[in-house]
Structure formats: structure tokens, C-alpha cells
Design a binder for this molecule. Structure first.
Ligand code: FE2
Length: 296
């Protein structure tokens, strides 16, 4: 393995105040740093930040940071990328300092996602606490969560992330969902069931990112906070068959979705077998508007 965890995500957003309110008052994250230009960083565990919010018009994914397990693994990973003809650029000292990491290299994945490989993140001197959470975020060595990236070709992306970055395939979900052919490949870098997944081409660079909490009630409380603050629910509470995540989906202020979940399955590579699941969800995860109101 080379990638140890999903280290950070960057989003370029057009409405900074909306994002700050959403991140702190709905998700329960903490602003740990303010950057020049109005951007800010969000903390969820012992890392000094996990999400970078930068101002701009894209309202999309700006960067995905993958932490590499060691300097040796990073060298091996860079060698594989070079042999495969992938253009990789070493970051400047200023860029490294801005990210707060020891080593930093930049590239694009097969679908163009701005990707960074790094070692040596900065940990916070202040412990993370959230006044909104009964429990805590499940992060640390499992990474900040997961994301579903856009893909030009699922096979091409799976091959890139497995052969060059060291991910392992977890499973597939292949089914028909309300007339749409769903075909998603899930990949893991550590014991989290998946850190990244690829389906079809998405309108934005990502379909959603997921944060996990350590209590079922924290999922319900966040669902309530979404309803109360007008955050649009995109998929109701439900459970996925592969990672067994109990979760819901809603829209961020940038239009792409987030998933908040509890109880994700852990993968043990010694016994794990890749399977294909015939449904996206065992129950739930419905779009709220597919059900017509019951007539009196
Ligand atoms: Fe997800």
C-alpha cells in the first residue's frame, strides 16, 4: 500500500459565509485557521485541518490530498507514476508550508481531479471538540472520510488508483435505480471500507464526500439540523449494503452533496473478498420527492 489515508479535501466556493455557517452549525466542524482572501480551514480530529475552503466561482472540488504512509512509500509511488507517464510536479517550499506538510507532490487523476500526495501532516496543539456532537468524528488514521469522484472511465480510474497509488478494490454496486444504471467501484487505503469510489461521469468533480460520526444519534441530530436550517435533503436515512453505513445525503452550499454516516464496516485484507452488491441501499436513501403525498 502507498496511500495511508484521505488527508484533506479542498473546495472552491462562491459563498464563504454560507459555507462557514453550514460547516460549523450543521456539520459540527470547527474553523481552525483563517486564510488570506477570506478562505478558512476546518478541523474534525487531531489534524490541524481536514477541509480547506477557498473563495472562487467553481463551487467544486479544488484538491484531494492523499497522505502517503512513509517517505519510502512516497518515493516508490512517484517512481510508479513516472514509469506510467503521469506528470507529477514537486510543490514549492511555500506550497508545502501552506499545506503544513513535510513533502508534497501534485498531479491529476485520470479524470482531471487535482491530486496531492504528501507526508508529514501538521497535528493540532488543540484537541478537537464540537458543541454539536454527542460523540466525535471517526477520522484519525482512517482519514477524514470518503469521496465519490467523477470518472471518465471506471476501469481507467480503478487501475490508476490500484496500480499507481496502492488502493485495493473493496467491492462493486451494480443495479438499476429508478431507471438509471448504477455501476460504482469502491476502493480502500486502510481499514475504512472505502476512501474513494468511482461511478459515472459527474457534473462536478465529485458526487459527494462523507464524514462519519461515532454515534447513531449524531446522524439523527445532524438530519434535524439540516431540516431546521433549510439544507436540502437529497437522500433520506438509509443503509448501504457494502459499507453498512447508516447515513443520509444532503446538499452543500456549493451544490454537490455530502453524506453523514455512522457504523461503517471495517475491511480486513486478510479475509476480505471482493463482491458485487445488487442494490445501492438495503433500505432508505430515497429522494424525498419520489413519494407523492398520501391523499386524505
Ligand atoms: Fe458515500
Amino acid at each position: 500500500m502507498s496511500v495511508a489515508q484521505l488527508g484533506y479535501l479542498g473546495f472552491e466556493v462562491s459563498d464563504l459565509p454560507a459555507w462557514e455557517d453550514f460547516a460549523t452549525s450543521v456539520l459540527g466542524l470547527k474553523v481552525s485557521q483563517r486564510d488570506t482572501g477570506g478562505g478558512f480551514r476546518l478541523q474534525m480530529d487531531s489534524h490541524s485541518y481536514r477541509i480547506l475552503i477557498t473563495p472562487g466561482t467553481a463551487d467544486d472540488l479544488a484538491v484531494v490530498g492523499w497522505e502517503i504512509e512513509s517517505d519510502t512509500a512516497l518515493s516508490e509511488c512517484l517512481e510508479r507514476l513516472k514509469k506510467a507517464g503521469v506528470e507529477v510536479n514537486e510543490a514549492t517550499a511555500q506550497e508545502r508550508a501552506d499545506r503544513g506538510v513535510a513533502a508534497l507532490f501534485k498531479l491529476r487523476d485520470p479524470a482531471g481531479a487535482p491530486t496531492e500526495l504528501y507526508t508529514g501532516p501538521t497535528l493540532s496543539s488543540e484537541a478537537f471538540t464540537s458543541p454539536l456532537l454527542l460523540s466525535k468524528f471517526v477520522a484519525e488514521e482512517q482519514g477524514l472520510g470518503h469521496l465519490v469522484l467523477t470518472a471518465n472511465s471506471q476501469d481507467e480510474s480503478v487501475q490508476f488508483y490500484s496500480d499507481l497509488l496502492g488502493f485495493k478494490l473493496s467491492d462493486y454496486i451494480r443495479c438499476d435505480l429508478y431507471g438509471y444504471a448504477v455501476d460504482i467501484a469502491f476502493m480502500h487505503a486502510n481499514s475504512r471500507h472505502h476512501s474513494v469510489a468511482f461511478g459515472a461521469k459527474q457534473p462536478k468533480g465529485l458526487h459527494h464526500f462523507m464524514l462519519e460520526v461515532a454515534s447513531l444519534d449524531d446522524v439523527g441530530l445532524c438530519y434535524d439540523r439540516c431540516l431546521k436550517s433549510g439544507v436540502r435533503i437529497m437522500q433520506t436515512l438509509g443503509r448501504h449494503p457494502n459499507d453498512r453505513m447508516f447515513s443520509f445525503y444532503a446538499k452543500t452550499p456549493s451544490g454537490f452533496q455530502f453524506e453523514l454516516g455512522y457504523g461503517g464496516r471495517q475491511v480486513d485484507d486478510a479475509t476480505w473478498e471482493v463482491t458485487t452488491h445488487p442494490c445501492v441501499s438495503e433500505w432508505g436513501h430515497h429522494h424525498p420527492q419520489i413519494f407523492a403525498p398520501r391523499k386524505k
